[in-house]
Ligand binder design. Structure first.
Ligand code: TYD
Length: 685
């Protein structure tokens, strides 16, 4: 695949357009990314398992309820603390050190640290074990801090701009989707070890130790995988220059962030979206109890809906946005999350609150993917590690603050009588304020980042809604005839038109290339042997130009009148001749045609299939430029058509063109009769 390469390593604006068409899975077609992704899936899983195991272990090492709470909290604090202390620093390292080696060393360290916890536990007393657990947690998290920016900064170089959004979708799904899987596995491990009973006496804590071993193994695997990877890009220095000190490079990173509206907008927005989600997590339990008068089940429902929402937003958001400008969509998605949060605070009804929670999650999820992708796309390689480092530490601090302060504030407000006898609940007040705050942040982000000033947001939103609601609507029927040389398309087209007219319909017979005056001139250029060799891309563009004219001036007007349009050749000819025949990339030719036609596709395509040996023998003495091509070219074209038909059997009717014309026509009629509305119905003039 082609990599963008501008002087500063940043993608060109026109390449960013490609970012919107990629599908999530296409990033996996890139082998190094697929490898890295496997390692990532495993180590995310291992990380969650380790998280569950260490918190469980902490409670096992102490006795009273109070100290259990402190021990769990201790593990959490020790895991969040490094981000506050070293987060930005770690990012600066990702811009200085070899990113691959950084990842490998980090994974090896995490492997050793996780492995050491059960080993120390089996020799030390309980107090020392707990102390060691806290220290190890601190170091594990510190190491992760160095790993994450190195990874995030590498991915854009590995997949290129057009697949970055898809890659980020996959990464987020792996990071958060592995949590429930890890929880299930942890539960299973507990069951198994209890069932095996005595067999586990060797380990003091059974399932916890087992989980830690599994977890350690995932990091070893990740280290080996990444070690064998080739990772393009990364820190490069002019020979002879000295590396700036870490502090200087960090300062440079901060200055960049403060001075770049896009980076500022992204950061503020991501923190806002996270705070909205964090507020639900932090206040969920209180909210469920005091406002919804529900118990643990209601809390569980809220928690689950929130993650469901995030998953939906991450997985479906980019698809739903289509080509909507990402810089433009970022702010509004945070406003959406804020609005849903406000709604949640105002309407104390479990069903509506659940729906609103899904929405908060979904909007936050969309914002998250967009944010990560824009950071990767629009922040140059040399600055990327620092940006991701800052982002990750600020996000953790954000989460820490929200979870620590919101319950406290809600508690201070408590439940009291407000004006007009309305009862005011502190939890609702905090959620409301959080929602309003998120919406404001969304507006700020939008102001900083919008790249389509002058075009009202409403216009773009309407386009988006129209695109999803009614792709292209017309009253008529659109039939395309396709096939290789000498398949008898013209004969079949005439028979078809005669029959359709005999049923009382308006029928328009057309063809490509050359159905319009401009198309006629393009046709001469294309088919005259005197034109000589055309570059395949030039040829594809000329056919597409003819087609655009054809759709705009002939096909669409007729379909809108309610007519049946029969065209002798259409998009599939380009796919077969220029794609399969000239060996251009099929997806590119398809994209070109989609653009030329505005996405108009035939309702049915009749493929008249014939062996080129027979077909070419049928054509007259003066062959055109295309007919003069080699037999193998025409064989590729035939196979191209057959592959297209096989991929979309609902839209194709494949008929062998060797049979007599009448029998071919019979088959065509049988298929079309089922599709046609009775004459006189619909938009007949
Ligand atoms: P035409 O004389 O219309 O041929 P046929 O009777 O076989 O339809 O010539 C059209 C030629 O152009 C034909 O050889 C196929 C080729 N062609 C393409 O290569 N790409 C296209 O997109 C289209 C529409 C036609």
């Amino acid at each position: 695949m082609e990599r963008p390469a501008s002087a500063d390593g940043r993608p060109h604006p026109e390449e960013l357009v490609g970012a919107r068409v990629g599908r999530a899975k296409s990033a996996l077609a890139i082998r190094p990314f697929r490898r890295l992704y496997t390692a990532l899936v495993l180590s995310s899983f291992g990380d969650w398992l380790g998280f569950l195991a260490t918190t469980a272990l902490a409670t096992q090492l102490v006795d009273s309820f109070e100290s259990k709470a402190y021990a769990t909290g201790g593990v959490l604090v020790f895991r969040l603390l490094p981000a506050v202390l070293f987060g930005p620093l770690a990012g600066a390292f990702a811009d200085r050190w070899d990113r691959r080696l950084t990842m490998v060393i980090c994974d090896l360290l995490r492997f050793s640290l996780f492995l050491s916890i059960p080993i120390v536990g089996s020799v030390a007393d309980r107090d020392s074990s707990l102390l060691y657990l806290l220290i190890a947690s601190f170091f594990i998290e510190t190491v992760s801090l160095f790993w994450i920016p190195a990874k995030e900064a590498s991915v854009p170089n590995m997949v290129g701009p057009d697949r970055l959004e898809g890659a980020n979708q996959l990464t987020l799904i792996a990071t958060y989707g592995s949590a429930p899987v890890a929880a299930a596995v942890f539960a299973l491990l507990s069951l198994v070890s209890r069932a095996l009973g005595s067999g586990f006496e060797y380990f003091r804590t059974g399932p916890v130790d087992l989980a830690l071993f599994v977890n350690a193994a995932t990091f070893l695997f990740a280290a080996l995988t990444v070690y064998r990877l080739e990772i393009p890009g990364g820190p490069a220095r002019e020979p002879g220059t000295k590396a700036p000190t870490i502090v200087a490079s960090l300062r440079e990173g901060l200055r960049f962030m403060g001075g770049t509206p896009l980076a500022r907008g992204l950061l503020v927005g991501m923190l806002g979206a996270l705070a909205a989600g964090g507020a639900i997590i932090a206040l969920g339990k209180l909210f469920a109890e005091s406002v919804l008068a529900g118990g643990d089940a209601a809390y569980g429902l809220l928690f689950g809906s929130m993650f469901l929402g995030i998953a939906l937003g991450v997985a479906l958001g980019p698809r739903a946005l289509g080509t909507f400008s990402r810089r433009r969509a970022f702010g509004p998605s945070i406003i959406g999350a804020g609005a849903a949060l406000v709604f949640m605070a105002l309407v104390p009804n479990l069903f509506l609150v659940t729906m609103a929670t899904v929405l908060v999650g979904a909007f936050a999820g969309v914002a998250y993917v967009i944010g990560l992708t824009l950071l990767g796309l629009e922040v140059g390689d040399e600055m990327r590690g620092r940006m991701f480092g800052l982002v990750q530490s600020l996000m953790r601090i954000d989460l820490l603050l929200v979870t620590a302060t919101t319950p406290f504030i809600a508690g201070r407000i408590g439940v009291r009588e407000g004006p007009y006898g309305v009862s005011i609940n502190g939890v609702s007040v905090v959620l409301l304020a959080g929602g309003v705050l998120a919406a404001i942040v969304g507006v700020l982000a939008f102001r900083q980042m919008d790249d389509r000033r002058g075009v009202p947001l409403r216009t773009d939103l309407l386009t988006l809604i129209r695109r999803t609601a009614e792709p292209l609507s017309y009253a008529g029927l659109f039939v395309a005839l396709e096939g290789g040389e000498g398949a008898g398309k013209s004969t079949q087209a005439k028979l078809l038109v005669d029959w359709l007219q005999s049923t009382g319909r308006e029928v328009v017979l057309s063809r490509e290339p050359g159905a319009t005056p401009a198309g006629q001139r393009i046709r001469e250029l294309l088919l005259d042997p005197a034109t000589g060799g055309l570059a395949p891309r030039a040829e594809a563009l000329l056919y597409a130009a003819d087609r655009a004219q054809h759709v705009a001036h002939v096909i669409l007007p007729a379909l809108e009148r309610g007519a049946v349009v029969v065209t002798d050749r259409y998009v599939d000819s380009s796919l077969a001749y220029q794609g399969a025949g000239r060996a251009l990339e099929l997806a590119e030719v398809a994209r070109l045609s989609r653009w030329a036609t505005g996405g108009l596709r035939p309702d049915v395509t009749l493929l008249l299939d014939i062996d080129p040996v027979i077909g070419l023998a049928r054509i007259p003495d003066s062959p055109d430029r295309i007919e003069l091509e080699s037999l193998s070219f025409h064989q590729r074209v035939r196979q191209g058509f057959l592959d297209l038909a096989a991929a979309d059997p609902d839209r194709y009717l494949v008929v062998s063109a060797v049979a007599p014309a009448d029998s071919v026509h019979e088959q065509v009629r049988a298929r079309l009769t089922a599709l046609l509305p009775p004459p006189g119905e619909g938009a007949q003039p």
